[in-house]
Design a protein around this ligand. Structure first.
Ligand code: GDP
Length: 326
């Protein structure tokens, strides 16, 4: 594969080239990893920057409906929108519940939109890297907004929040008791809570739910990266395309404030540092599986079980013999 050519095509907004490049960064093959590294390096200085929007919510809350309506609204304004899915469940079930193109039929036909489903990966570390690199590729390809969708389970939200500029939490209208169902940690990550399905019979409940969450958000510790009034809760109807423009206005207001105050750049820098350390950890862990290290671990593990070695000594022995560097 000619990396220079691929780079130029991506910069020229060639969608097929972008899709090929994402396939490349998803590959675990050593030669593909090397090419992916070269490509990302070559695209580092395009100076293009998208608004990276993380979006989370449990299955059925209306994520794909929202992304479709919201995405169509953005493309109608002339913006280019990429949608990436992070779906850790696909690693277990083999089937993906997110990012399926048929879920967003209208948007997937829109020439200003690019939708990429979640690949099956074996571990969250692999998903994280692939997603970060796919985001970088979409930015280089000139997308204005990159939506990163994740399902509300496990650690995937934290991971997405660590790569997004703004984080949206989509919730369904619910009785007061269910407010407790949203984990505090997830609430703390949200910049905007969108109570979806605020239409028809559900409208009144949605308004009440929104008020409950507004109250709950006010009780959270103030974050330096928030202007007055944020994080906030609002109601939307993805189905009736209601409240979406208002939500976008709020997102832009928040983005502008953060840019003007330096929080935007600072957070991106911190995120880059976070992922550097994370890559380092992953790399070190991978070393434990290389060469004869795994067998040595198994052997020492038996010694530990039989009391011949303390866990600390056994670990020291492995670490002392670990080859670092290439
Ligand atoms: P996802 O699993 O989070 O992607 O949810 P979907 O977008 O597939 O939506 C799940 C169900 O909720 C579908 O039957 C949608 O038609 C419905 N739904 C989504 N958004 C709305 C909305 O704004 N109002 C109403 N009434 N139903 C909605």
């Amino acid at each position: 594969m000619n990396i220079a050519e691929l780079r130029d095509k991506i910069v020229n907004q060639d969608r097929r080239a972008l899709a090929r490049a994402i396939t490349l960064v998803e590959s675990a093959r050593a030669d593909h990893r090397a090419q992916a590294g070269e490509l990302l390096e070559a695209l580092k200085d395009t100076g293009r920057e998208a608004i990276r929007v993380g979006l989370s919510g449990t299955p059925g809350v209306g994520k794909s409906t929202f992304i479709e309506s919201f995405g169509m609204m953005l493309t109608a304004q002339g913006l280019r929108v990429a949608v990436l899915a992070v779906d850790p469940s696909s690693t277990r079930s083999g089937g993906s519940i997110l990012g399926d193109k048929t879920r967003m039929e209208r948007l997937s036909r829109d020439p200003n939109a690019f939708i990429r489903p979640s690949p099956s990966q074996t571990h969250l570390g692999g998903v994280a890297r692939r997603t970060r690199e796919a985001i970088a590729l979409c930015e280089a390809a000139g997308f204005d907004v990159v939506l990163i969708e994740t399902v509300g389970v496990g650690q995937s939200e934290t991971m997405v929040a660590e790569m997004a500029d703004l984080f949206l939490l989509l919730l369904a209208p619910a009785g007061g008791d269910e407010l407790q169902g949203v984990k505090r940690g997830i609430m703390e990550m949200a910049d905007i809570i969108l109570v979806n399905k605020a239409d028809g019979d559900l409208k009144a409940t949605a308004t009440r739910t929104c008020a409950d969450y507004s109250g709950a958000l006010r009780l959270l510790r103030k974050r330096a990266r928030d202007p007055e009034g944020f994080p906030k809760a609002m109601t939307v109807s993805a189905l009736q395309e209601d409240g979406l423009e208002k939500a976008w206005t709020e997102m832009q207001a928040l983005a502008t404030w953060r840019r003007d105050t330096g929080h935007w750049a600072r957070r991106r820098a911190e995120q880059a540092q976070h992922w550097f350390i994370e890559e380092l950890r992953q790399g070190l862990l991978a070393r434990l599986d290389e060469g004869d290290t795994r067998q040595r671990i198994t052997r020492l593990s038996e010694d530990v079980a039989e009391g011949r070695l303390t866990p600390t000594r056994a670990a020291d022995e492995i670490l002392a013999n670990l080859k670092l560097g290439q």
